[in-house]
Design a protein around this ligand. Structure first.
Ligand SMILES: NC(=O)c1ccc[n+]([C@@H]2O[C@H](COP(=O)([O-])OP(=O)(O)OC[C@H]3O[C@@H](n4cnc5c(N)ncnc54)[C@H](OP(=O)(O)O)[C@@H]3O)[C@@H](O)[C@H]2O)c1
Length: 224
C-alpha cells in the first residue's frame, strides 16, 4: 500500500476555487482528501463532482471541524476575511498537526496592492492564533487554481516557509507529489514576501490581460 494512502489531508474551505484545485491534484497523487466546508451538504456535492472527474472515490466531503479533527495535515483555503474566525473555531482540532496556510491577505477592493497584516503575514497570524503546538507552513499562494484544475504540467514554482524543519519538508513532499517544483524558502517570517507576490501577480494578470501568472526560480537547478 502506498504511504500516501495513510496520510489524510483536510482541505478547509475546500469547496472553493483553490481548495478544489488542490484537492484534485492531491487526490490524483494518491492522497485521501477530507474536503471541508461550513456546509457538509455542499462539501459532499463538491466531493462527488471531484470523484467523478478523478474516476475514483478519494475525496470525502464533511464539515470543516470534522475534517480538521480527522486529518494528519490540514490545508487552509479560505478568503482572508474568513481566516481568523475559521482558525479560532478549529484551533483545538488542529492541535499537534501541520497547517498549510494558502491564504493571501487581500483587502478588497485593493487586491492588487500588497497588504501586510499586523503579525507580519497571514501565516504568522495563523501561528499566533493556533499557538506553538500546531506547525504552520505557508505554501501554494502563488499557484492559480486555473493551473491546478487542469491536467497539464504547471509552469510555476512553490515557495514553502515555516518554522519547523520537519513540517516544511512534509509540505515540500506534497508539492512534489502534485508535480510542482517546491523551494524551501526559510522561516515563517518570509511568508510576507510570498503572500505579497500574489497581489503583484494578480496585478500583472489584470494589466497584461493574462490569466494565471506565476513565478519560477531560475539558476542552476539541484537534482530532484
Ligand atoms: N483562487 C486562486 O487561484 C488562489 C490562488 C492562490 C491563493 N489563493 C488563496 O486561497 C484562499 C482561497 O481562495 P479561493 O479563490 O478558493 O476562495 P473562494 O473560492 O472565494 O472561497 C473558498 C471557500 O472559503 C469558504 N468561505 C468563504 N467565505 C467564508 C467565510 N466568511 N467564512 C468561512 N468560510 C468561508 C467557502 O467554503 P464553504 O462555503 O464551503 O464553507 C469557499 O468555498 C484565499 O485566501 C486566496 O487568496 C487563491
Amino acid at each position: 500500500m502506498s504511504d500516501r494512502l495513510l496520510i489524510n489531508l483536510a482541505i478547509l474551505g475546500g469547496t472553493g476555487k483553490e481548495g478544489q484545485g488542490l484537492a484534485y491534484r492531491l487526490a490524483r497523487a494518491g492522497y485521501p482528501i477530507l474536503l471541508g466546508s461550513r456546509t457538509p451538504d455542499k462539501a459532499a456535492r463538491v466531493a462527488d463532482e471531484l470523484n467523478q472527474r478523478l474516476g475514483q472515490a478519494s475525496v470525502r466531503g464533511m464539515a470543516n471541524d470534522e475534517a480538521a479533527g480527522r486529518c494528519h495535515i490540514a490545508i487552509l483555503t479560505v478568503p482572508y476575511e474568513a481566516h481568523r474566525p475559521t482558525l479560532e473555531a478549529l484551533k483545538e482540532r488542529l492541535t499537534g498537526k501541520v497547517l498549510v496556510d494558502v491564504t493571501v491577505p487581500l483587502k478588497p477592493p485593493k487586491i492588487t496592492t500588497v497588504y501586510v497584516p499586523p503579525a507580519g503575514s497571514a501565516a504568522q497570524e495563523a501561528q499566533e492564533i493556533l499557538g506553538p503546538t500546531t506547525q504552520v507552513v505557508a505554501a501554494f499562494q502563488n499557484i492559480s487554481h486555473e493551473h491546478l484544475v487542469q491536467d497539464h504540467p504547471v509552469p510555476c514554482d512553490v515557495l514553502v516557509c515555516g518554522g519547523d524543519d520537519e513540517a516544511r519538508m512534509q509540505v515540500l513532499q506534497l508539492v512534489a507529489a502534485v508535480g510542482l517544483v517546491g523551494w524551501d524558502a526559510g522561516p515563517l517570517q518570509n511568508a510576507v514576501v510570498v503572500e505579497g507576490l500574489s497581489a503583484v501577480l494578480i496585478g500583472i494578470n489584470k494589466r497584461y490581460k493574462m490569466r494565471a501568472a506565476g513565478i519560477r526560480i531560475t539558476g542552476e537547478q539541484p537534482p530532484r
